[in-house]
Design a protein around this ligand. Structure first.
Ligand SMILES: O=C(O)[C@@H](CO)OP(=O)(O)O
Length: 248
């Protein structure tokens, strides 16, 4: 049996401001830092130890992972950063307030942009400084890999090859793995591991800073998955994420 841990980054400044974030590289709030540390404490208490960690190239996930590993006295393990674990690109919505967008376009439209499987938000122009074509950390990426926007399906399509080719072989080789990433990039992996349908993934919300454990059999079929922590707090945090797209 294999066990892997998925960890969404702690609260970011734009989570607090309720703004669409995507590939925007915002930092953690003090609360987000505390969530990263508390995830590490819970994992340590539950007896988890990791051999290797994967994260995105975005500060909020990298720092959450580092704070978590520090609490676990695991600063020494390899941390592999890859853009394929980045948050779903939110296109031209990046930077906008979610409630204000719901007031302007309607809650239903915002829910489609936030949670539908295959409808992407409006794209960024390639000339926009926020487009990955204009950001130095993505200079080496082939042009076709630099998104102007993404729906969840696009995120699945770029995350799963990395899971299959890089992460899964490590797990199969007996390494204990933690993946620190983002609400929607983790929904992409969750959808695959928990075999959630395109329709049902709309209802899945992943809270910040709460370790999510997947138990897998030898064939990498999920036998069980659960959050560590108080179930009521987990439920309240999931509902809070869902409600971010409501008009005020
Ligand atoms: O803004 C974002 O990038 C994501 C995660 O914070 O938000 P949402 O939950 O609305 O998909």
């Amino acid at each position: 049996m294999y066990k892997i841990v998925l960890l969404r980054h702690g609260e970011s400044q734009w989570n607090l401001d309720n703004r669409f974030t995507g590939w925007t590289d915002v930092n953690l709030t003090a609360e987000g830092e505390a969530q990263g540390r508390s995830a590490g404490q819970v994992l340590k208490k539950e007896g988890f130890k990791f051999d290797v960690a994967y994260t995105s190239v975005l500060t909020r996930a990298i720092r959450t992972l580092n704070l978590c590993l520090e609490e676990m006295s695991l600063n020494y393990i390899p941390v592999i950063k890859h853009w394929r674990l980045n948050e779903r690109h939110y296109g031209a919505l990046q930077g906008l307030n979610k409630s204000e967008t719901a007031e302007k376009h309607g809650e239903e439209q915002v829910k489609i942009w936030r949670r539908s499987y295959d409808i992407p938000p409006p794209p960024l122009e390639e000339s926009d400084p926020r487009h990955p074509a204009n950001e130095p950390q993505y200079a080496d990426l082939p042009k076709d890999d630099k998104p102007a926007t993404e729906c969840l399906k696009d995120t699945v399509d770029r995350f799963l090859p990395y899971w299959e080719v890089e992460i899964k072989p490590q797990v199969a080789a007996g390494k204990s793995v933690i993946i620190a990433a983002h609400g929607n990039s983790l929904r992409a992996l969750y959808k695959h591991l928990a075999k959630v349908s395109d329709d049902d993934i709309i209802g899945v919300n992943i809270p910040t800073g709460m370790p999510l454990v997947f138990e897998l059999d030898e064939d990498f079929q999920t036998t069980k998955f659960y959050y560590l922590g108080d179930p009521e707090a987990v439920k309240a945090a999931m509902d809070a994420v869902a409600n971010q797209g409501k008009a005020k």
